[in-house]
Design a protein around this ligand. Sequence first.
Ligand code: EPU
Length: 344
Amino acid sequence: MFDLSAYNTFNLTVYAQSGRVIAVPEDLEQPVSGPFIILGGGSDVLFTEDFAGTVLINRIGGIELGPKLDPEGHPSSDESQASHIMVRVGGGVLLDELIATLIEHGICGLENLSLIPGTVGAAPIQNVGAYGVEIGDLIATVEARDVFSGKQITLTQEQCRFGYRSSIFKEQGWSTLFITHVTFKLPLNFEPRVNYAGLQSCEFKNAAALRERVIALRNEKLPNPKYVGNAGSFFKNPYVSAERVAELKAQYQEVPCYPQSNGSYKLAAGWLIDKANCRGIKHGQVGTWGKQALVIVNLGGAKPHEVVALAKYVSAEVRNKFALDLVPEVRLYGKHGELSWDQI
Ligand code: EPU
């Protein structure tokens, strides 16, 4: 039995049949047999019970800087003309450690994603995003190895099919890929992305200052998984039609909604949960966070079924109040592998 309590940020005591730490791509040469799950930081998963298979833990390291590119995208021989740099990173590197290292080297672009827990290899899978930046926009290529056949492939940004908290890696038939490296194309000049509330009225002189502000914003609202077990936003923000938004606005003038290019609107799941009176609730050892209702927290010693029960309760309350179905953003795993929301 392989203890997963140190490998899931919900801090649940769950076990896998076996576990293997992958430190270099060659560690995948020994083929996997039977059901398996790949874990990075375990910060976006909920184990609903023990897993009857093998867990592969991505700890592939390394941050390779270069080459530098000119504004046309060609390798730049003249340092002063360089506008971007390619950075190839091992899938097991922690995203926040990467961001800190990049800033030390004068490399920008990822600072809005500061303090997001988890690894670089996990980030493209759900196209992590925060404060107006999605990681997929800065990814040039993703290298992955099929855990059964050992075949190595490289996908371009376009082939990754990045969307809101989605990518090809979540699609059926692509789940046997283990992400070994991610290559980013990043700006050398600071181009602040400050459209998001909380960043708008600020002036930042460099990426380090913006990073500091994002860290402060996250610390204000989100529980640190080091101290309080959680997996970040539990549900995705739902998309609705303009008519639905108009109906909601008639009742709640202040409803936060974000227009999309296709005419639909993104609503804030946290706001819906809050309005359904589910912010800061506690059911036994599980609750929702008082400062951000979208985060489900383990208050200490919670059991997987208690987390599931609270998530089901919250979604039922939102459905009763708004006739909207919330869908988890975290990935759910049961005895035999990944489960859909309807299966738990
Ligand atoms: N709100 C409430 N009550 C709450 C929570 C939120 O009224 O309890 C309102 C806020 O006042 C705000 C709106 O809802 O008007 C949106 O809330 P917030 O700005 O906190 O962001 P979010 O939409 O809840 C998303 C991501 C987060 C990311 C933040 C910041 C999703 C599912 N979540 O949250 O990502 O950090 O934006 O960019 O897209 C994660 O994926 O795990 C995650 C934490």
